[in-house]
Unconditional design. Structure first.
Length: 157
């Protein structure tokens, strides 16, 4: 009925044996939090790179579409008639030629093939745009290079 002396001293001895355990728990919590923070930073970095690649891909697609339109306008001039594939320029520095800042670092190559059957001529224009974020030929720094290709067909009677 009366508490024994042993039971009164047991909690005191128990606390003495646990001394320093909070330090171990604190180190464990700090380690887990550091791992979570590093994983979160990696996810953010990957997301940022994906957005950059998507933006450069959109620019390359717009440059390729513009080059295909340019090839068609050279092939079928406003004055009328049909010019041959020889008048289609094989390359185009879209950033310098148009003065648009969004296309700096984009180079476009344009190919044209012609096939004539009876009196119908079929033209195929292939535009390939390569956009890069930096000088990819140098060894230093990071570089993102994206390429998009557009093919357009046209006929004349």
């Amino acid at each position: 009925m009366f508490p024994s002396h042993y039971r009164q001293t047991q909690p005191i001895q128990s606390y003495r044996q646990q001394r320093g355990s909070s330090l171990v728990v604190a180190i464990f919590v700090i380690t887990v939090m550091a791992l979570l923070a590093s994983a979160l930073l990696r996810v953010v970095e990957d997301s940022s790179e994906a957005v950059t690649i998507e933006v450069w891909g959109t620019r390359a697609l717009a440059a390729a579409n513009s080059a295909a339109d340019r090839g068609l306008s050279q092939l079928f001039p406003i004055a009328g008639g049909v010019a041959g594939c020889a008048v289609v320029a094989p390359s185009w520095d879209i950033g310098t030629d148009t003065g648009l800042v969004g296309f700096h670092g984009c180079q476009v190559t344009i190919g044209c093939t012609q096939q004539t059957i009876n009196t119908v001529s079929e033209f195929r224009i292939n535009a390939n745009a390569v956009c890069s974020s930096a000088d990819c030929n140098s060894s230093g720094g990071s570089c993102i290079r994206v390429s998009r290709q557009v093919e357009v067909g046209a006929r004349s009677d």
